[in-house]
Design a binder for this molecule. Structure first.
Ligand code: ASP
Length: 324
């Protein structure tokens, strides 16, 4: 049997509903321990209670600690795979950061649940056993960090939470899942195009994410500049455009050598230097704004934090963001 380590970090998957008040909360004991016998039919499973936090409480420090912990466990215990249970709200961010820092072929799977452990139709135990099955499959090797949810297998890079409450919340818009999990097996139908790997044991840089909107206030960018940040990510309009009032502020950041990475606030399509009107993508790119594709804002922020931590200079950061 394959050796799989299951690491719990909290989230709805580890919570229960109070039947009188309807409130969902973490308890003293993680209800996922009850799945141990079931999981042991699939693999030689050990469980770690690493954290028990709702995922809006998860910080980049927790993520880095988790990454360091996983890599120490892989070295010490010769594991065949790792499964991390996590709250769904920030699951895609933890998955992506773990992916950027994961440098070998051992499967690391993240999963969670939309319904707490004692709710009717609880999806946690099913998602967990599916994840252990994927972690134990030979085909999951060398595919980086994956998210297994509702019988689908997604890449950490493309997956995003698309629905506030539906159990089919995790989707990879534009790209689709890499595979599916069925009663009989684990089936991959796509491969990874490329896999990045960065090495850092900490994350200390201050990177801010903003979302563009019609008539966006330039004072917002001025305030952010007063925060003495190391980098800025903007979810821009359409193919990568900003309201003209922001251009001066964008230039001020670039003069100070603070990288600005642009993604689109649309969840399909890519940003490109098409429009050359004031604030248009062509103009922004010519001024030195970094365009990137296939990442949403929160993930681009994590990648910028990682590259800054590694002391990448502006051109190296630009190169790194071309590789998505
Ligand atoms: N708010 C919860 C969390 O992220 C949602 C969930 O786990 O599904 O912790």
């Amino acid at each position: 049997m394959k050796k799989i380590l299951v690491i719990h970090t909290g989230g709805t998957i580890a919570m229960s509903e109070d039947k009188d008040t309807g409130k969902v909360l973490p308890g003293e004991v993680n209800p996922l321990h009850e799945t141990y016998a079931l999981l042991s039919q699939v693999a030689e499973v050990t469980m770690d209670d690493f954290l028990n936090l709702p995922s809006p409480h998860i910080t980049t420090e927790h993520m880095i600690e988790l990454s360091n912990y996983i890599h120490a466990q892989l070295v010490q215990n010769q594991l065949d795979g790792v499964v991390v249970t996590h709250g769904t709200d920030t699951l895609e961010e933890t998955a992506y950061l773990l992916d950027l820092l994961h440098g070998n072929d051992t499967p690391i799977i993240l999963t969670g649940a939309m319904r707490s452990s004692n709710e009717l139709g609880a999806d946690g135990p099913h998602n967990l056993i599916s994840s252990v099955r994927v972690a134990a499959s030979d085909e999951a090797k060398d595919k980086g960090v994956l998210v297994v949810f509702n019988d689908e297998i997604h890449t950490a890079k493309n997956v995003t939470k698309t629905h506030t409450s539906n159990i089919a919340t995790f989707q990879s818009p534009q790209y689709g899942p890499l595979g599916i999990v069925t009663k009989r097996g684990v089936h991959f139908h796509h491969n990874l195009v490329n896999k990045e790997h960065y090495k850092t044991l900490g994350l200390s840089k201050k990177v801010v994410l903003l979302k563009a909107y019609a008539g966006m206030h330039k004072e917002l960018l001025q305030s952010v500049r007063n925060m003495q940040i190391d980098g800025l990510v903007i979810e821009a309009l359409g193919q990568g455009n900003l309201p003209p009032a922001l251009v001066e502020e964008v230039e001020a950041f670039l003069r100070e050598d603070i990288p600005i990475v642009l993604v689109s606030r649309c969840f399909n399509g890519i940003v490109q230097d098409i429009y050359s009107y004031d604030g248009g993508g062509k103009q922004l790119k010519d001024k030195g704004v970094i365009f990137t594709n296939g990442l949403n804002g929160p993930k681009a922020r994590l990648k910028l934090m990682v590259t800054l931590e590694m002391d990448y200079q502006m051109e190296e950061i630009r190169e790194a963001f071309l590789k998505n």
